[in-house]
Design a protein around this ligand. Structure first.
Ligand code: CDP
Length: 793
């Protein structure tokens, strides 16, 4: 029942009303410097907040003397954890039902933790005053090596938790252990590999910040904030701060990239609110680059033992894994409550297995909290990396071509909807055509020939393949919520008398083009040109409730809501059209943008004429209210499961061990494509992220817990220089349960590209007998691997 379109080229390029390659509406504003970001907000009398951060990873606070800072010119307030304690605000809940210190009271638990703050007339005076705060610390031994966090003599980090006698956060498991062990015991071949996905950081171009404006007379709080989830944040502020929810307005203006970094509530946001309440003035907090890198949500940090069982002919039978997860000092992982390891359960990938099992232990360490989904749907990146690396090691051991091994084991089209051995129901998929298209675009056979010739000459060329299935669009509220809030999203649509429209969303773009694509969805359904449809988002006073944008959920959830709300409006328009044309509803045909009398195309009314009639003089049909608008709250019935085939070609300089990504072919299948140009942009960005993670990026720490990735000099992120011209293609396998058949795309490339690149590097190093090397594959690490000295990070 699946209809997969297979093509490298667009067939909907020039569709003026609806889906197609349309330039971004928001760019008129963003490209001309008229975007309005949090740091652009200037309010009369606004003060500035700076945060004093811990220089130590683990230390007791003996005393804090703020008197010199308070006397510093221009300083309006200095606040410590003790003050917050008095207000009941020293601790706040994290997204994972842990608690996190807003300002440290008893001790600091990671370098960069918030200890005190200053509010002053300008940001320079605020920062200068930080220098005058005298904190006496009693330095404690830190827990830096995650492998030693559960040792009996390890220092206890979370002494704040009642009765806590170790650094254990949670144990989690999925799949059938007994059955998996049975399949493993009977298998011809078992391959085992230790695989590390290092700690990386989303590092959005705009750092985090907020402007809080508390009006004590009305008891109203306005908060401009860099948030990907304004409604969820509003509810949490209401719960944490005890402010009535209807008196809180959260405004997320333009956002300069989020990538998951702007999902959690950070102490800085709360401190700006406290600062405004204390001073009676608006207060702005804007972190700098180092603050963003050392204290806000990191991603990954999984140490994974992976095992794969197969027949000697290459039929994959089972996968099992044991994971040690570093959650930092507070468990701030962003994931639906019932999924402490996010969507890691999808580690069975795109293959039809007999059994699978995963065991995970999460621990506290003296590092920044996080575990955010960096351009990924809740740990799906780790899952895809695990399966695509271990499948390649199997190919290595079986001396099989990695493409052939994958093709042999794919879930087949007639098996969808497919339930994995860990209980996920893949909605649709047709993997072989996607893989074949990528191989054809790459010229796979010729590449292998070229590689053989080069190897004979001692040159190092590698070809890496990754095939991924993602799980995006969290999620069905029957089993997905964040802190008790169901993961559904609202949408409202209003058509004005002249046929122009406004659609209001609960999700929040951070640069991915929602103002265009959501207008296109409504345009496709109603026939109103996208230019006539305004998309409003990011202001809780003007948009319906919903859980926000992350995990590529906007299109799967709110995209569905936008289509359905437009259909609701169309249903009402039909009743009005039947009265206008004096025929029964059954006698009307919808042709995009108008209702026509069946068999008499000359008799029709456009959606614009209907809109005027809906608001105009004269009676409407019985039971039809005036106006042309609707609202909806969409609760998805399942996630959507996009897939893709990526092929990477690398050359390695044998003298310097530098890796150059020469070619990268990405074929994605995200179901129905709303705007192919925006999709390509999303894919290009994600692939670039992948180059960063595979080759350059890692937040590392020294043995004292000092963060060594505190600036973009040390934490390298890729530029145009490190990436090739991306070669993209696509197939279309619509989602059967999504009203327009669309699946998410925002993060596919970030998820799928690291294994393709690493597989290519390892393939290039095959002559050295290398079967695995851990990211980031910097020249020194590749050099070590070439010499058989690879050590995990
Ligand atoms: O949640 P987020 O917006 O980050 O991810 P997404 O839903 O995958 O959408 C990313 C961008 O690609 C949005 O502008 C979408 O509307 C667009 N998109 C598309 O044009 N067609 C799809 N099938 C999926 C997304």
């Amino acid at each position: 029942t699946q209809d997969t379109k297979l093509t490298e080229f667009e067939d909907n390029d020039q569709n003026p009303v609806g889906f197609g390659r349309m330039l971004r509406k928001e760019d008129a504003r963003l490209l001309r410097g008229r975007g309005r970001f949090v740091d652009d907000v200037q309010l009369p009398g606004m003060l500035h907040l700076a945060i004093l951060r811990s220089p130590f990873a683990h230390a007791s606070i003996v005393s804090i003397d703020t008197s010199a800072a308070e006397a510093s010119p221009g300083v309006k307030a200095v606040v410590t954890g003790e003050t917050l304690k008095g207000l009941g605000l020293a601790w706040m809940p994290t997204l994972s039902n842990d608690v996190q210190a807003v300002l440290a009271t008893d001790k600091v638990r990671f370098q960069g933790q918030e200890v005190a703050f200053v509010v002053a007339e300008d940001r320079y005076k605020a920062r200068d005053a930080l220098e005058l705060i005298d904190v006496e610390y009693d330095v404690l031994e830190p827990v830096v090596d995650v492998r030693k966090a559960l040792a009996p003599d390890a220092p206890i980090i979370r002494t704040d938790l009642d009765g806590k006698a170790d650094n254990h956060v949670f144990d989690w498991e999925t799949g059938d252990e007994e059955e998996t062990n049975r399949v493993f015991a009977a298998a011809d071949v078992v391959v085992k590999e230790d695989i590390v996905y290092p700690r990386v950081h989303p590092a959005p171009m705009e750092t985090c910040g907020s402007v809080a404006d508390f009006d004590p007379v009305e008891g109203r709080l306005r908060l401009w904030s860099t948030t990907q989830a304004p409604h969820a944040h509003r509810t949490l502020y209401a719960i944490v701060a005890g402010l009535p929810e209807h008196k809180i307005q959260v405004i997320a203006p333009d956002i300069g990239g989020g990538f998951g970094n702007k999902v959690p509530i950070y102490p800085g946001y709360v401190l700006s609110i406290v600062g405004s309440i204390v001073t009676g003035k608006p207060v702005k907090w804007m972190e700098d680059r180092s603050e963003n890198l050392i204290s806000t949500g990191f991603a990954r940090d999984y140490i994974m033992r992976a095992e794969i069982a197969a027949t000697s002919e290459g039929r994959i039978l089972a996968i099992r894994t044991n994971v040690l997860a570093d959650h930092g000092a507070f468990n701030g992982t962003a994931a639906p409550v019932k999924y402490p390891a996010g969507f890691f359960g999808v580690f069975t990938g795109s293959y039809d297995l007999q059994a699978a099992h995963c065991k995970m232990t999460a621990v506290y360490t003296n590092k920044a909290p996080g575990g955010v989904a960096y351009a990924c749907s809740f740990r799906i990146t780790e899952a895809v990396y695990l399966v695509e690396r271990i499948v390649d090691t199997l190919a290595y051991e079986l001396r099989m071509d990695p493409a052939e091994l994958r093709l042999k084991n794919f879930i087949q089209p007639d098996q969808f909807p497919y339930t994995t051995k860990t209980g996920w129901v893949y909605d649709s998929g047709n993997y072989e055509p996607t893989m074949r298209l990528a191989m054809e675009m790459a010229g796979y056979d010729e590449l292998r020939k070229e590689q053989a010739e080069k190897r004979a000459r001692g040159e190092l060329m590698g070809i890496g393949i990754a095939f991924f299935t993602e799980a995006v669009g969290a999620g069905p509220r029957k089993n997905m919520d964040i802190l008790g809030l169901g993961m559904a999203d609202g949408c409202e649509l209003r058509v004005h008398p002249t046929g122009k429209a406004v659609v209001r969303l609960s999700v929040k773009t951070q640069g991915q083009g929602h103002e265009t694509t959501f207008a296109q969805i409504v345009a496709e359904e109603l026939g109103i040109p996208p230019a006539d449809i305004d998309v409003l988002h990011g202001d809780t006073d003007n948009t319906p409730f919903g859980l926000g944008t992350y995990g590529s959920r906007s299109t799967p959830v709110s995209g569905a809501a936008a289509a359905l709300v437009a259909r609701k409006v169309r249903d009402k328009a039909k009743l009005i059209a039947s009265a206008m044309l004096e025929v029964s509803v059954a006698d009307l045909d919808w042709v995009k943008g108008a209702f026509q009398v069946k068999g008499d195309p000359g008799k029709s009314v456009t959606i614009q004429e209907i809109a005027f009639r809906a608001h105009g003089a004269g009676d409407l049909p019985d039971g039809v209210e005036g106006g042309l608008e609707a609202q909806i709250c969409y609760n998805p019935s399942n996630l959507t499961y996009p897939h893709g085939a990526y092929i990477c070609v690398v050359d390695i300089d044998p003298g310097t061990a530098e890796v150059k990504v020469r070619r990268f072919i990405a074929v994605d299948d995200c179901g129905t494509r709303i705007n192919p140009m925006i999709i390509e942009g999303q894919v290009h960005g994600g692939l670039t992220d992948g180059v960063g993670m595979a080759l350059m990026e890692m937040i590392s720490f020294d043995e004292d817990g000092n963060c060594l990735g505190a600036s973009l000099m040390d934490y390298l992120i890729p530029t145009a220089l490190e990436v090739p011209d991306w070669e993209t293609g696509y197939t279309v396998t619509p989602s059967p349960h999504h009203p327009i058949g669309a699946k998410g795309i925002g993060e596919s490339a970030t998820v799928g590209s690291p294994p393709a690149i690493v597989n290519a590097v390892v393939d290039a190093l095959k002559p050295f007998g290398v079967r695995h090397a851990d990211m980031p594959l910097t020249p020194s690490r590749v050099w070590d691997a070439m010499r058989g000295q690879a050590t995990p990070p």
